[in-house]
Design a protein around this ligand. Structure first.
Ligand code: OAD
Length: 237
């Protein structure tokens, strides 16, 4: 029998319990770093060293982190659902947990790309994670972090919208729903599709119908969601 399609949209909150700092919570990254200097196209043009350094630091933090039980719970759901993860996160914790389908909206920390050809992407070797403006790819191009900077388009958004439109269940985890176009995905679900939003401090989603808010951390929220889904399946027989 065909499995229902469960689409998940994750933000920084799902990795918080793995020790990765979020952006907008108290003590978050954007309190300590000027966002438009380290994460925008203009900032990169003005001071590429600073931007490379910022992402070098993020990679060092990521090396110390492991997937948590929320990442793993999404993998468990693959037994009963076709699960598609759409993530704003640039970490690789969904992949390391074992999720089969992961679409990154804002790029990937463990990759770099050519400054002149956005389609030329290389994976970083774990032994050589530090990059500088002088870093060149195997093809000789100068390379930059494979991150979608503010002021740049989000190349994977069309694919993400298509996935959300196919969802039978849509789950949102750990995002402040501030950054567009990712924040708009919740508006793309088909009418009647149940939406679950797990976040200890959720944004206001009252304008979207059918949203069940689970006010909890990602690990606790995923535990509760697994029970809710299990209940639903047993009622359907
Ligand atoms: P934010 O930092 O804006 O929001 C983090 C969300 O996670 C908040 O809603 C918190 O309440 C929630 N949160 C905190 N701890 C949590 C936990 N243990 N479990 C579950 N949720 C928790 O992060 P994002 O919404 O992901 O983009 O930010 C979106 C984008 O803004 C990022 O991808 C990044 C940033 O600028 C780029 O850099 C391009």
């Amino acid at each position: 029998m065909k499995k229902p399609i469960l689409v998940v949209s994750t933000g920084a909150g799902i990795s918080a319990e793995s020790g990765i700092t979020t952006f907008r919570d108290a003590g978050g990254l954007w309190e300590n770093y000027p966002v438009m200097e380290v994460a925008s196209a203009d900032g990169f043009r003005r001071n590429p060293e600073l931007v490379h350094d910022f992402y070098n630091k993020r990679r060092r933090d990521l090396l110390k982190a492991k997937p948590n039980s929320a990442h793993l719970a999404l993998v468990d759901l693959e037994r009963d659902y076709d699960v598609y993860v759409i993530t704003q996160n640039v970490d690789d914790l969904h992949e390391r947990a074992g999720s089969e389908h992961v679409l990154h909206l804002h790029g990937e920390l463990m990759k770099i790309r050519s400054v002149t050809n956005p389609d030329y992407v290389e994976s970083l070797d774990i032994e050589h994670l530090e990059t500088t403006p002088a870093t060149r790819g195997k093809n000789g191009d100068y390379m930059r972090p494979h991150i979608v900077f503010f002021q740049e388009p989000v190349p994977n958004i069309e694919k993400a919208i298509e996935l959300v439109q196919r969802a039978d269940i849509f789950v949102v985890i750990g995002t402040s729903l501030v950054v567009y176009p990712a924040a708009g995905l919740i508006q793309c679900v088909r009418p009647g599709v149940p939406v679950y939003y797990i976040d200890p401090n959720p944004a206001d989603t009252s304008s979207v119908s059918g949203v069940h808010v689970i006010r909890a951390t990602a690990t606790e929220g995923m535990r509760r969601l697994a029970e809710i889904l299990e209940d639903g399946r047993s009622k359907q027989g």
